[in-house]
Design a binder for this molecule. Structure first.
Ligand SMILES: Cc1cc2nc3c(=O)[nH]c(=O)nc-3n(C[C@H](O)[C@H](O)[C@H](O)COP(=O)(O)OP(=O)(O)OC[C@H]3O[C@@H](n4cnc5c(N)ncnc54)[C@H](O)[C@@H]3O)c2cc1C
Ligand SMILES: *[C@@H]1O[C@H](CO)[C@@H](O)[C@H](O)[C@H]1NC(C)=O
Ligand SMILES: *[C@@H]1O[C@H](CO)[C@@H](O)[C@H](O)[C@H]1NC(C)=O
Ligand SMILES: *[C@@H]1O[C@H](CO)[C@@H](O)[C@H](O)[C@H]1NC(C)=O
Ligand SMILES: *[C@@H]1O[C@H](CO)[C@@H](O)[C@H](O)[C@H]1NC(C)=O
Ligand SMILES: *[C@@H]1O[C@H](CO)[C@@H](O)[C@H](O)[C@H]1NC(C)=O
Length: 437
């Protein structure tokens, strides 16, 4: 995460597009909740109280964390975006590409392009990337939980808490059923039926979209919060963590500085009521290290090059960033297919996950247009990284198809499988609208 400018930096080592998505954990109401504790930052000034916990970033991780802590502590959440409610671009499944295509300054999606030339987006809205993502919901494998050193019992107890609000078992229709059969026929076994568990084989997983196509985001998890103990400020962009250094062996964080929608600067402070008070950064994989660097914690030479005073020289901050290798194939179709996001996944024994979506025709453009914009799943890429197309043999009847793959994520075996799956799907559904395999 170094370079370009002080607010973003990047050797994101991104391997690309979209047959394989490596799916992460977590994600995220019919009647929008009417939260009394969510306020415009500019309306709450000055802040007259101090907080036991200050959470920077009301996203996928920040919202459930804030709700949990509010059962015992006084919590402040500072979120740079607005609320997702009432915006059909976010709440409706069929609008999935719209937010990603919206690059206005106040869009819920902040587009960026990595140093590898890959288009991606950072969320800018309460609920975070669960308001932009493809909505696939799955539990972590017990091995993953153990590797991170988390308490497996507590993790298992937490799943139903999340799932009761955001996760749904999809009704699998024509296209996703074909994907499922295709995966099974090419040997991604066993058939694991419907399950949230992450296990090798083919399964119908969860979705944060319900069967009416409404998205349920991490912001919905704030309904678990104690309204008396939480304040969520929106359009509050934190730009610095405040540290006390005098008379301390190590710097100690005591507050944050943030800007509201009018550009006014405010401060929020930790209380001394509990010795456990903390400032928690949940501003995303890019936002959290960025904020540390802006606050003087990071590689000294890098900070100095931006005239940021060094508080703590730490070469690890912002280092080792990597994206999920993804390889996408777009298959235009003469016939409409259902609109679907990810419902079925093939979890292979060699660590690749195979997912498909269907039916998105882009922003009112012709279904066969190469201009369809699907954000990170788009065919629009830096052409210098396009090297190989394992599916062309099947799809070359159709115009665009710009599947890409970075050389070092090749798997011969994988492509064999991929090729057979493409052929299978083509024969099962004779052509389809922009389908991402
Ligand atoms: C297009 C797309 C599709 C995806 N599909 C899936 C999928 O199907 N399934 C899946 O499991 N995962 C998917 N993911 C990944 C998943 O959504 C993310 O890994 C996850 O949401 C990240 O959560 P987070 O809490 O770390 O960050 P986020 O949810 O991004 O939250 C960070 C929050 O911090 C706020 N913030 C940042 N900086 C500041 C600041 N300085 N001050 C105040 N607030 C700040 C942001 O506005 C944001 O709300 C997808 C991601 C994308 C982009
Ligand atoms: C939301 O709740 C507040 C306070 O209870 C109330 O004044 C307001 O009318 C409610 N708004 C909606 C849209 O229900
Ligand atoms: C939805 O996104 C489109 C761009 O794709 C944008 O033009 C439109 O204004 C957005 N709608 C809302 C309510 O933000
Ligand atoms: C959590 O649940 C999974 C099954 O979903 C199980 O395999 C695992 O052993 C459980 N972990 C603990 C620590 O109980
Ligand atoms: C793990 O979590 C469970 C459930 O909350 C708790 O009972 C147990 O004490 C925790 N174990 C450890 C080692 O913290
Ligand atoms: C795309 O579809 C339009 C009709 O919607 C058609 O006129 C055009 O020829 C098609 N383009 C290609 C490249 O197939």
């Amino acid at each position: 995460m170094r370079g370009r400018n002080s607010s973003m930096a990047t050797p994101l080592r991104i391997c690309v597009l979209c047959l394989i998505f490596c799916v992460f954990q977590w994600c995220c109401g019919e009647q929008p909740p009417n939260y009394t504790f969510v306020r415009e930052a500019s309306d709450v000034s000055p802040l007259r109280e101090a907080f036991d916990y200050i959470i920077v970033g009301g996203g996928t991780a920040g919202c459930p964390l804030a709700a949990t802590l509010s059962s015992k502590y006084r919590v402040l959440v500072l979120e740079r975006g607005g609320v997702p409610y009432g915006n059909p671009n976010i709440t409706r499944l069929e609008n999935f590409p719209r937010t990603l295509a919206d690059d206005r300054p106040d869009s819920p999606a902040q587009r960026f392009i990595s140093t590898d030339g890959v288009i991606s987006s950072r969320a800018r809205v309460l609920g975070g990337s669960s308001c932009l993502n493809a909505g696939f919901y799955t539990r972590a494998s017990p091995e993953y939980v153990a590797r991170l050193g988390w308490n497996g019992t507590l993790v298992n107890e937490s799943y139903p808490w999340v799932e009761a609000v955001v996760a749904h078992v999809p009704i699998v229709r024509e296209w996703q059923s074909a994907v499922r059969s295709g995966l099974l026929e090419v040997g991604i076994l066993p058939d694991n039926g419907e399950t949230y568990d992450h296990i090798i084989g083919t399964k119908v997983g969860g979705s944060i979209f319900d069967n009416d196509g409404n998205r349920h985001t991490a912001a919905d998890l704030l309904q678990y919060a104690d309204p008396q103990n939480i304040l969520v400020l929106i359009h509050a962009n934190v730009h610095r963590i405040l540290f006390r250094t005098r008379g301390m062996r190590r710097p100690r964080a005591y507050g944050v500085a943030y800007t509201d929608s009018r550009g006014s600067i405010h401060r929020a402070y930790l209380s001394r009521r509990t010795s456990r008070s903390e400032i928690i950064l949940s501003a995303g994989a890019l936002g959290s290290p960025q904020l540390m660097m802006l606050s003087g914690i990071g590689p000294a030479d890098h900070l100095q090059s931006f005239n940021i005073p060094v508080l703590s020289d730490n070469s690890e901050v912002g280092a080792g960033m990597a994206d999920n290798p993804m390889n996408a194939v777009f298959v235009p179709s003469p016939n409409p297919t259902e609109i679907s996001l990810i419902e079925v996944v093939g979890i292979t024994s060699f660590g690749s996950f195979i997912e498909c979506s269907s039916g998105f025709t882009g922003n009112g453009l012709a279904a066969n247009s190469s201009e369809v914009f699907l954000g990170i799943m788009s065919p629009q890429r830096d052409r210098s990284i396009i090297t190989h197309n394992p599916c062309l043999g099947i799809a070359n009847r159709y115009p665009i198809i710009e599947p890409t793959c970075i050389t070092d994520c090749y798997y011969t075996y994988f492509y064999g499988l991929y090729y057979r799956l493409c052929r299978k799907l083509r024969s099962m559904l004779k052509g389809m609208f922009y389908t991402i395999i």
